[in-house]
Design a protein around this ligand. Sequence first.
Ligand code: THU
Length: 135
Amino acid sequence: MDVDWKALRSAAAEIAGRAYAPYSGLRVGAAGQDGNGTLVTGCNVENASYGLTLCAECGLVSAQHAAGAGPLVAVSVVAGDGAPLVPCGRCRQLLLEAGGPELLLDADGGPVRLGDLLPAAFTSADLDSRSHRDA
Ligand code: THU
């Protein structure tokens, strides 16, 4: 499906305005859409106990499930200045499960495949083939 990257980036920029980032001062917004064009968004939420900080992508994936949206096909993550930001490593892993390696991420030079940003990723297939759960 066609992705309106300008609209997606602008939705991400708008939600970045609702971020709660008093500690780092870095507001982040994320917007994504599934194969039907359902739009979901999220922003970062920091905490005085720094390690509890939720990245914008965490809110995005939570909103995806809350909305009953399908796998994400396109995501834009931007900072408060409206320019794309590459997702942190943890969020690449989170997005992988939310959309798979073909998910496209907004970037300055044009969309990039998530699979190219997180090659050889750990997935549920590794659990299936390597775990030794007791029956
Ligand atoms: N942050 C995100 O929201 N997403 C990322 O992918 C990178 C970092 C947030 C977390 C924290 O609130 C602030 O940016 C500084 O790290």
